[in-house]
Design a protein around this ligand. Sequence first.
Ligand code: HEM
Length: 259
Amino acid sequence: MLFAAANRDPDAFTTPNALILDRSPNRHLGYGWGAHACLGTVMAPRALTALVDALLDTARVLRPGRARPAPAYGHDAHLRQSSSQAGCVSGPTAAPGCHTDDMLASRPLREAARAVVMDADHRVLLLRYDENGGFWATPGGSLEEGETYAIATYRELREELGVDEEAVQMGPRLAERSKDHLVGGREVRQVERYFLARVTATDVDPCRATQPDNIREYRWWTPAELHSTRETVYPVGLADLVRAVAEGRTPDKPVVLAG
Ligand code: HEM
C-alpha cells in the first residue's frame, strides 16, 4: 500500500519535516497500518531504545548534523514544504524557524565521564577538592576530542589515580546527571555519566597520577560512612547508589541524579 504524504503529512503533523524526538501526538505510519500492521510495534521501539542507550555509552552523544535540504517527494501538494520547514533539524545547527526541543537545544554540550571506583569490600574512592567551600567527588572529567565515555573513564583513572587500564574492571553505567551552567555568559549543558569501576585498592597509586589537578586528598569510604557523613559529597545520591551496588542491587538502568 502507498501512503502518499504519510509521516510528513502537514494535515497530521505540525512542522512535518522537523526532527522532533518527543513529538506528541505522533500517529506515524512507520509500522504500517490496518490489517498488516507490524507485529513488532511494541517490541521494536524497546529494542531500539536499548540499542541506542548502549551505543551512547561507547560513542559520544549524537549531535544533529548540518541542515540539508529535504529530499523532494514528487508532486503531491501535501509534500510541499515552507522554506522554514525544509531540512530542519533540532539543535545547534537548526535553521531559523525550526523547532528546537530541550534535549537538543542550542546550548553547547559538555560531556563528562565519571567513575564510581569501588574495591572488593564495596568501599568507594572519593577525591577532595578545596573549591566552593570544599567537597568530595568521584574521579573523572570531560571527554576529549574523539573519545568515547569508556576511553575517557580509563584515561581519567590513569591521570587522577595512577591506576593502569588493565587493573580496572569496568562495570555498567550506574547513573547520569545533567546540569545547565553559565560559562562565559553562555548557557552550557553538562552531561555526566557515572560508570562502576572495580579496582583493587593497592592498584591505586596517586604518586603516579599525571594530572592530580586540584585534588587535596584521596579517601576510601565504606557505604555506611558515606551515608552518615556531613561533608559535601557529589553527586548527590551517591550514597544510595553505592549502598545499592554493595547490596547486590545494581540498577538495571542508569539512575538519574539530581544534584
Ligand atoms: C524498527 C523496526 C520495525 C519497523 C520499522 C517495522 C515496520 C513494518 C512495516 C512497515 C510492516 C508492513 C506493514 C504492511 O504491510 O502494511 C511490517 C510488518 C511486519 N512486521 Fe515489522 N517492523 C519493525 C520491526 C519488527 C519486529 C521486531 C518484528 C517481530 C518481532 C516485526 C514483525 C512484523 C510482522 C510479522 C509483519 C507482517 C504483519 C502482517 O503482514 O500481518 N517487525 N513491519
